[in-house]
Design a binder for this molecule. Sequence first.
Ligand code: NAD
Ligand code: UGA
Length: 461
Amino acid sequence: MSNPEFKRKIACIGAGYVGGPTMAIIANKCPEYKVTVVDISQPRIDAWNSDTLPIFEPGLNERVLSTRGKNLFFSTDVDSAISEADIIFVSVNTPTKTFGQGAGKAADLQFIEKTARKIKEVSKSDKIVVEKSTVPVRAADTLDQILHSGNRGPHFEILSNPEFLAEGTAVGDMENPDRILIGSKETKKGLEAREELCKVYEHWVPRERLITTNLWSSELSKLVSNAFLAQRISSINSIAAICEATEASVSEVSNAVGRDSRIGKKFLQAGVGFGGSCFRKDILNLVYLCEYHGLEEVAEYWRQVVAINDFQMSRFVKRITKAMFNTLVDKKIALFGFAFKPDTGDTRDAPALQVSLGLLEERAKLSITDPHALQNARLDLGGCEGTVEFEEDPYKAVAGAHAIALVTEWSSFKELDFKKIYDLMEKPAFIFDGRNLLDHKALFEIGFNVYPLGKPDLKHF
Ligand code: NAD
Ligand code: UGA
């Protein structure tokens, strides 16, 4: 039974990578609020209520365990959570549309719309409805129209409060955010609702970090933030290609450029490309919005960020093939890392998948190792049995391999005994370090032919 003394009740619809962690932090910081996270997926909710949470995120277990059953609840009873809530966060998925108009670009808003219809159906009292999911600009209009359609009913005030956390650092990002963005209508009720949400965050976020805007600026700022971050990665990755052609080092260039305080050094780490469930999706969403508004030149500008990312992943595979005497047929390649970044088990849109498919097309055999993402990797590569193995133990993954392709920069890979690894591999042994994680000189001295990313090769022939 929950405490009847709770000051306010919050519901969050969608218990995913955003809904779960954000609500766990709100529950920790606001003990007088009751926070209920609901989802239509029974297995997901069961996992949130178990000892093995559905997502791996450093620090999350402790935050969930300290509040679960006190003021944090996970349930599939969507109706009851909506019915009792004062504030409803909508944290459902907004993937890229795969069908019909805008397929491959526009956001698929079916889950948002179904949620809105459910809120309307169940609600008997006024509520604040918060868009936490990433949505196209003016999605709040659609929500408003659905929620207020038909007979007179309760009033819903819609806020936009996009989430900026990154996976792997979600707890720290939530507990110490650069900023919290809240968009609202600039009416009396809109401003009151905005203040109500500010009060939640003010439990732990200094007021000067709360940014308030109109609804459309808030919705657009989320897409633009992701587009700018991804743009920096594509910029440095495009330079990595020039570095490889000219024997410049992308790390040195990145450092020299990033030391200009106007440019800044963050997000200039060249790699095999950006992954994750959002960068590609959100840029394509921005591209679609530009096209919709007749801004073809602007659309083309942002489309290039995705094009360079695709180029970077295929360039990595080409470099492997070329270095290994132009054939990978029947050669075993150990793939180090499958998650789209370290400290998460998430493999959505992971570069590792594109790299794997590229290597398999060349008829290589793969042995994939990853500290937390093997379960998802198995699902992603279902149907490739016979050509792909999954190994918890990196030493087993490299046995008899011709090459290692490092795709995710897990710090544990740095601790491995590369002399032992070299001895287990076929010769000549190759390492392609797609994240520039390892000590390349030391590997070369062991006997490896080393191919860092965006830097000169170190090879013995
Ligand atoms: P997710 O797929 O992990 O979780 C979404 C959840 O919503 C799923 O569990 C799904 O079952 C549930 N759901 C869908 N329709 C529902 C309905 N009608 N009723 C109840 N539950 C429903 O997605 P996510 O990664 O948490 O992302 C959610 C949103 O947040 C997206 O818009 C995404 O762009 C945005 N976002 C994600 C991140 C991130 O790091 N993953 C960061 C910032 C913003
Ligand atoms: C990103 C943003 O950083 C978050 O602010 C945003 O909330 C989130 O997307 C979202 O909207 O989903 P996330 O995708 O979890 O977070 O992780 P990032 O740290 O941004 O990394 C994304 C990808 O870029 C990874 O594949 C990573 O390896 C790659 N990356 C990142 C680089 O290749 N180089 C860099 O310098 C930084």
